[in-house]
Design a protein around this ligand. Structure first.
Ligand SMILES: Cc1cc2nc3c(=O)[nH]c(=O)nc-3n(C[C@H](O)[C@H](O)[C@H](O)COP(=O)(O)OP(=O)(O)OC[C@H]3O[C@@H](n4cnc5c(N)ncnc54)[C@H](O)[C@@H]3O)c2cc1C
Length: 348
């Protein structure tokens, strides 16, 4: 993100903070439906619910889970794969538009983080950060859209070249001009790494996969596909230890052999992390059923969670696709399922 966008975001966020403090006097409120999270999933749910006159309330977070209100897309530059924007759109700008649309139809948005919930009985109770000892707010239904965050290695140089050669999403960024016909590296040894490396061969001149051990964790099918691809070289027992570049884009990765300790330079213009994501489920971890990786489990083809009246949408329940458009899709599903559920349980 450019310095200017960071500045704009900071100013916007501080204005929102002041606004939310003013609104914050409106505490101990009861709402029909509360949405926690403000990425594409949360805002799509808000749009559908507000158009259905259900007066949704959204808590968009105050740098919750490490992200500004608007979510993961606020940390990227061009989004080129969201339908309706043929020229592409900056991630931050796109999320501003999502927000405007939610507000236009009447969603009430609080720039606060929800730090605690009690889903043991209805109405559900929840507390705002820094007000955990106060009387909670309540809601008849909840939509959890708190998202996820890609794991990073926090290497020296990573902050300088993040989104300037370093990415955690090949499907999102692989087609960008800076990676075209350039040598690229993928870090990871599982199915995602195999999938991302194979995908990147469409764009890069060659793809190196750095695997810290002498074997892959990927399934046999994926491993075979990776190892038989002439445009991919697996560097076994290898880790990345530093990212270098010309100050504006990445052009070199310093690597280390985990067995011999040998340090080498690997000239690459792209580094893709495929080492997993962490879903933002701390809030609900003892109250909703989660899978072994911490993602919220929903019923098949549904956003219904293990607690009736609580719905989950977006990356927090999806470890497969993790795209803005799929998050928006499940946000829509959550709103429609929530609307139906409310009309059955709280008929007007
Ligand atoms: C660098 C980068 C580039 C990407 N590029 C693309 C792309 O080009 N195309 C694409 O389709 N996808 C892209 N993605 C993936 C996409 O951003 C995600 O799939 C999508 O944002 C997920 O949306 P979401 O609504 O589930 O949650 P998120 O976007 O993760 O948003 C969740 C929001 O909820 C807030 N929140 C969390 N906890 C709380 C709480 N307790 N209280 C209140 N608020 C809370 C967070 O602060 C955050 O703002 C990219 C991701 C990254 C990181």
């Amino acid at each position: 993100m450019s310095l200017f966008s960071r500045f704009t975001l900071a100013v916007r966020s501080s204005n929102q903070h002041v606004l939310s403090r003013l609104l914050a006097v409106q505490r101990n409120m009861h709402s029909k439906v509360v949405i926690i999270g403000s990425g594409p999933a949360g805002h799509t749910a808000a749009l559908y619910l507000s158009r259905a006159t259900l007066e949704p309330v959204m808590f968009e977070g105050q740098f919750a889970n490490g992200f500004a209100p608007g979510g993961q897309l606020t940390t990227t530059t061009d989004v080129e794969n969201y339908p309706g924007f043929p020229e592409g759109i900056m991630g931050g700008k796109m999320m501003e538009k999502f927000r405007e649309q939610s507000v236009r139809f009447g969603t009430k948005i609080y720039t606060e983080t929800v730090s605690k919930v009690d889903l043991s009985m209805r109405p559900f109770k929840f507390w705002r950060e820094n007000y955990e000892d106060k009387v909670p707010d309540t809601a008849d239904a909840l939509i959890i859209a708190t998202g996820a965050a890609a794991k990073r290695l926090n290497l020296p140089g990573e902050d300088i070249y993040w989104q300037k050669g370093i990415s955690a999403c090949a499907v999102c960024d692989g087609a960008l001009p800076i990676f075209r016909k350039k040598p690229l590296a993928v870090v990871g040894g599982g199915d995602s790494a195999a999938e991302e490396a194979t995908y990147l061969t469409k764009f890069g001149s060659h793809v190196y996969v750095l695997v810290r051990r002498d074997k892959l964790r990927a399934s046999k099918v994926m491993a075979n596909r990776l190892l038989s691809n002439p445009n991919i070289t697996v560097l076994w027992n290898t880790i990345a230890i530093e990212c270098k570049g010309d100050g504006s884009v990445l052009n070199l990765l310093v690597t280390k052999d985990t067995k011999t300790g040998e340090i080498k330079d690997l000239p690459v213009n792209g580094l893709f992390y495929a080492i997993g994501h962490v879903p933002a489920t701390d809030l609900v971890k003892e109250q909703l059923k989660l899978d072994s990786d911490g993602y919220i489990i929903t019923e098949p083809d549904s956003t219904c969670t293990s607690v009736e009246g609580v719905f989950a949408a977006g990356d927090v329940k999806d470890k497969k696709y993790r795209q803005a458009v799929t998050s928006a899709g499940t946000g829509c599903m959550a709103a429609l399922e929530c609307e139906r559920w409310l009309s059955e349980h709280f008929p007007e």
